[in-house]
Write a protein that binds this ligand. Structure first.
Ligand SMILES: Nc1nc2c(ncn2[C@@H]2O[C@H](COP(=O)(O)OP(=O)(O)O)[C@@H](O)[C@H]2O)c(=O)[nH]1
Ligand SMILES: [Mg+2]
Length: 204
């Protein structure tokens, strides 16, 4: 029996170098954590796709691969993304202050992407408060579709974050998917049956 295709959605990780994007990617892909910098990029993947059967959607998560350390993230990274996960580290206020710049890049290069916020490293002493985060969400005119607190070290909040994102994207993706798979005949105009008696009544 043919298996139904699960629609795949591109979700990108964005944020300052060192906030834990690759660690989130690693948790998502292999549910592991490492502090060893030599191992950090050894997954060697640009993206990893994982199905969320309950929501009938596959999240294709993209990591910057550290390009933000040497240059700005290229516009092709943002292309076709349906969601962006803006990451900062709760123990690093600089990474929080850099968010507005990252947000600007997302709305410029991925206009239609749904934007989520992730305060990572919640196992460490925070420098950023809940009030700071609330104020940021208000200032950005509620551009942020959801906020999550995570720790890649303990795994706290990671699974819930992706389940919530999958559920949030599934409704949107479902309608698009349905459109793409509409039976071609659904749009055909049905011709009225030819009625020969009409020809005789023609007034012109
Ligand atoms: N304590 C703690 N350290 C973390 C957490 N997430 C990542 N790290 C560490 O922070 C450093 C930078 O993480 P990385 O994923 O490479 O950040 P990236 O540059 O944004 O990709 C690494 O040493 C990670 O082990 C976390 O939730 N808690
Ligand atoms: Mg990285």
């Amino acid at each position: 029996m043919a298996r139904a295709l699960i629609p795949e959605v591109k979700v990108i990780l964005i944020g300052e170098y060192g906030v834990g994007k690759s660690s989130i990617f690693r948790r998502f892909a292999t549910n592991t954590f490492t502090t060893d910098s030599s191992k950090r990029s050894t997954l060697g993947l640009d993206f990893y796709a994982k199905p969320f059967q309950e929501n009938n959607v596959k999240i294709q998560l993209w990591d910057t691969g550290g390009m933000e350390r040497v240059a700005s993230v290229t516009s092709s990274y943002y292309k076709h993304s349906e969601a962006a996960l803006l990451v900062f580290a709760l123990d690093n206020s600089d990474s929080f202050h850099a968010l507005s710049q990252h947000l600007l890049e997302v709305v410029t290069y991925a206009e239609t992407a749904r934007i989520f916020l992730c305060g990572n490293k919640c196992d460490l002493q925070p420098q950023v408060t809940d009030q700071d985060i609330e104020a940021f969400c208000e200032e950005t005119s509620d551009c942020i579709a959801g906020y999550f607190k995570t720790s890649c070290k303990t795994g706290e909040g990671i699974e819930e974050m992706f389940t919530t994102i999958a559920s949030s994207l599934s409704t949107h993706v479902k309608s698009r998917h349905d459109l793409l798979h509409l039976d071609e005949s659904s749009f055909q105009v049905t011709q009225p049956p030819e009625d020969s008696s009409l020809q005789d009544d023609c007034l012109c």
